[in-house]
Design a protein around this ligand. Structure first.
Ligand SMILES: *Cc1c(COP(=O)(O)O)cnc(C)c1O
Length: 368
């Protein structure tokens, strides 16, 4: 079906920056610099500058960034790591693959980890907390860092959805022991396939990730340990170097659209809006614009019939998938959210007409 407003529009974004992208790719391709070369190094510098983290290590995915961060900190079998179920499953799988046990806690009304519940979940085995900045909003990192300090725990920021976000002026990915970013196409900074990065202020963690991504090879004559292949392709890095220059403007546009949604949809009976963009403590980047909606499935259908493609992310809570062996967790708010959430399209290339059409249609649904 052809939507008047598709949920994502990768092709359109490419068309708006075609010249710069084509030039960058052509340059990389004709130099033949394909693996771990200048484009990747440039991108790491750019990302480190953008986030304020001392080191950025480009990887093939955000998942590996989380996994490598945990491994670098020595998280292993017998340990526990606290995170949430209201996230993409990758947060949890990265813990499982270290051998440690994921301990899931509920989220609050802003979709983010409940700090008090996280503190109550700490046991003698807990090694780390992994806050997830879902939808582009950071957790209250003063609270989380305080808990971590008190209990001597590492903090790994799953900032896959929050590049450019900050809390009290501190940037996502530069606060805990390490942060992770994803450049999956739908993310705020997306490449033309898969990509990710680990950020950290620790040289030890950065060095570990550099070795892990390239089979533990330090030099041609020195292999330090068994690693994996988790490199970011140079052509992806070249595209990301073009796009990261535009990211501030893209984020501004995302926030403008979120403000418009907020202004237009506030007070509408039947939906609860996400926190509005403001200039206070939270600088949100609106990776997603998620409503909590009454008659959610009907709204989805109504919008679809009127040409608006929306997304119901995780109608089944992650801990409900039987084979993941997480069903012993009881997370009432997370379970409620699975029945209520629906994401409206939000990306910088949306036109005024499209945005107005979305708002008009949502209003129509609840006012009739
Ligand atoms: C996208 C995402 C990841 C994983 O990133 P990949 O690059 O797809 O591996 C992890 N956590 C969250 C919250 C994400 O949104």
């Amino acid at each position: 079906m052809k939507y008047k407003v598709p949920f994502v529009n990768y092709g359109l974004q490419y068309k708006t920056i075609k010249k710069e992208i084509d030039e960058a790719l052509e340059s990389t391709l004709s130099r033949g610099d394909l693996i771990n070369r200048k484009d990747v190094e440039d991108f790491e510098r750019n990302l480190s500058f953008f986030t304020g983290a001392k080191y950025a290590v480009a990887l093939n995915s955000g998942t590996d960034a989380l996994f490598f961060a945990l491994k670098a900190l020595g998280v292993k079998e017998g340990d526990e790591v606290i995170t949430v179920s209201h996230t993409f499953v990758a947060s949890i799988s990265s813990i499982v693959w270290t051998g440690a046990k994921p301990v899931l806690v509920d989220v609050k009304e802003d979709f983010l980890m409940d700090e008090e519940k996280a503190e109550r979940a700490i046991t003698k085995k807990t090694k780390a907390i992994m806050p997830v900045y879902i939808n582009g909003r950071m957790c209250d990192m003063d609270k989380i860092m305080k808990i971590a300090k008190k209990h001597n725990l590492f903090v790994i920021e799953d900032s896959a959805q929050a590049l450019g976000a900050s809390f009290k002026g501190k940037n996502a990915g530069a606060i805990g022991s390490a942060g992770s970013f994803s450049f999956y196409p739908a993310k705020i900074l997306g490449c033309f396939g898969d990509g990710g990065a680990l950020t950290t202020n620790s040289k030890k963690i950065a060095d570990y990730a550099m070795l892990m991504r390239d089979h533990g090879q330090k030099t041609k004559t020195k292999i330090i340990f068994y690693g994996l292949n988790s490199r970011l392709d140079n052509i992806q890095a070249a595209a990301l170097n073009v796009k990261i220059k535009l990211l501030r403007d893209w984020i501004k546009r995302r926030r403008e659209i979120a403000s418009f949604y907020h202004k237009e949809l506030s007070g509408l009976k039947g939906i609860i809006l996400p926190p509005a963009p403001d200039k206070g403590e939270f600088y949100d980047v609106f990776q997603n614009y998620v409503l909590k909606a009454e008659k959610r499935n009907k709204l989805f259908q109504f919008l679809k019939e009127r040409g608006v493609e929306t997304l119901i992310k995780d109608p089944v809570p992650t801990h409900f998938h039987k084979n993941l062996e997480l069903s012993h967790f009881k997370l009432p708010y997370t379970e409620l959210l699975a029945k209520k959430v629906i994401s409206l399209p939000l990306y910088p290339e949306l036109t005024e007409n499209q945005i107005r059409h979305i708002v008009k249609t949502v209003k129509q649904f609840y006012n009739d």
